[in-house]
Design a protein around this ligand. Structure first.
Ligand code: SF4
Ligand code: SF4
Length: 429
């Protein structure tokens, strides 16, 4: 319920009027927006969503279920932010309007409460998450999966079936805080590998590949103990309070020196680079959060600074930019530069390579139709360009592309950039 003084249920986390008023309605963001591309509706564009937030902020309209629906459909991909000439901080605005919806949802309150419970008590609790994910890990590599697929059973299971299509083919053993990783012959530097939540459980193979690539560049990476989930999923869902709890945990666990924190999940890296903003009103943590954020590097950003290692892979590869790498962290060149170092690797660019794939954290569960539309657009591009390998740099995108190629019957492997580089480096030995 909004207070008398503020139209927002949680005034302390309300979108800042200064942020909202930066939008001059020029519309340059509209064609970059995936939900506008699919619907053609102004209300499903960044300009439309900001307009609604401003109208609520100024008390001209109420925060109704219809308004919530337009915000809920936003992927928080930040493609709009990247092209906005006025510097509208769209990602921050949307996290703050989501916090308002989460506090007093005009519709879908029960689903939201369940989601919050899971994000707090399963995703953010390593022991519980490990238990919850264990059956999926077993299933992903078991013969049962082939039988389920042959019989078409997954298609009858609705959202569970959609998740089945997204499961990695080979999750690898989990990498958790404290897990031992590959070490270099000669150590020239050190780094902390951020292990994350689902990433560590379902993409242990990516973490190990990351550590091997770093090791060949002389970097000893450790999965430092005590680190927690980054808080991105919770923040995007409007649970800023718990995202702050997780950010403080990571700062407590990983501060103390200036070791680089390498992150191979674009969504986590973007969130961690913005801890300073998330904790700006926390007296005890504000300065520490800013210092922490300066140590965070995406895998590609960091690997591109290391000496080149011989690498060979004869394959046609398409790199698909994760939104939180291209739009939030502005890292587009480094992944392509790393691919360019691989002998025999032919890189093909596809139309919309930097447009959201529809994964967007838990979006494929909350907005399955829009997510499927965006996935199908990607599949269409893959069909036109017939890559041998689809490469990306974020676990959610990787899962979405697994589903895209499978649904479209495309014979292409889906790899994380670190996996592809690791494979190419091993080929060249
Ligand atoms: S968000 Fe930026 S690009 Fe979009 S309409 Fe507003 S000022 Fe223009
Ligand atoms: S964040 Fe993405 S989906 Fe949301 S308005 Fe911006 S471009 Fe559109």
């Amino acid at each position: 319920m909004a207070s008398d003084a503020s139209p927002w249920p949680v005034p302390a986390d309300a979108p800042a009027p200064d942020d909202l008023s930066r939008c001059v309605h020029c519309g340059l963001c509209v064609n970059a927006c995936p939900t506008y591309a699919v619907t053609g509706l102004e209300a499903e564009s960044p300009r439309g969503r900001i307009h609604l937030a401003r109208a609520v902020d100024e008390g001209r309209i109420e925060l109704t279920a219809a308004v919530q629906g337009h915000w809920d459909l936003c992927l928080q991909c930040r493609a709009c932010e990247a092209v906005c000439p006025s510097g509208v901080p769209y990602g921050r605005i949307m996290e703050h309007v989501r916090a308002q919806v989460a506090a007093d949802p005009p519709s879908g309150g029960r689903a939201r409460a369940i989601r919050r419970f899971v994000l707090r008590n399963v995703i953010a609790r390593p022991a519980v998450l490990a238990l919850a994910v264990a059956p999926a890990r077993w299933y992903a590599g078991s013969p049962v999966r082939a039988i389920v697929r042959r019989l078409g059973l997954a298609a009858r299971l609705g959202r569970i079936g959609a998740l089945e299509a997204q499961l990695p083919r080979h999750p690898g053993r989990p990498v958790r805080p404290g897990t031992r990783l590959a070490k270099p012959h000669t150590v020239t530097g050190r780094a902390v590998l951020f292990t994350g939540c689902v990433m560590g459980e379902l993409f242990g193979g990516v973490h190990r590949a990351t550590a091997r690539v770093l090791a060949r560049g002389g970097i000893a990476a450790t999965a430092a103990p005590g680190q927690a989930c980054c808080g991105a999923l919770q923040a995007h869902d409007g649970d800023l309070a718990f995202a702050r709890v997780l950010a403080r945990r990571n700062i407590d666990a990983l501060e103390g020196d200036d070791t680089t924190i390498v992150v191979n999940s674009a969504g986590c890296g973007a969130a961690m680079k913005e801890y300073g903003d998330l904790l700006k009103d926390d007296e005890a943590y504000a300065a520490r959060a800013v210092a922490f954020a300066t140590r965070v590097r995406d895998f590609a950003e960091f690997a591109a600074t290391l000496p080149a290692t011989a690498a060979r892979l004869g394959a046609r590869v398409t790199y698909q930019d994760p939104c939180h790498l291209a739009h939030a962290q502005h890292i587009r060149h480094e992944p392509r530069a790393l691919l360019g170092r691989i002998t025999g690797c032919e890189v093909v660019e596809t139309a919309g390579g930097d447009m959201c794939c529809g994964a967007a954290g838990i979006y494929s569960l909350t907005q399955p139709q829009m997510s499927a539309s965006l996935r199908a657009r990607k599949a269409e591009q893959f069909r036109q360009h017939h890559p041998d390998i689809v490469v990306t740099a974020n676990p959610g995108c990787q899962m979405q592309y697994e589903a895209a190629v499978r649904e479209a019957g495309i014979e292409a492997r889906v790899l994380h950039l670190a996996e592809l580089i690791d494979e190419a480096q091993r080929n060249a030995r």
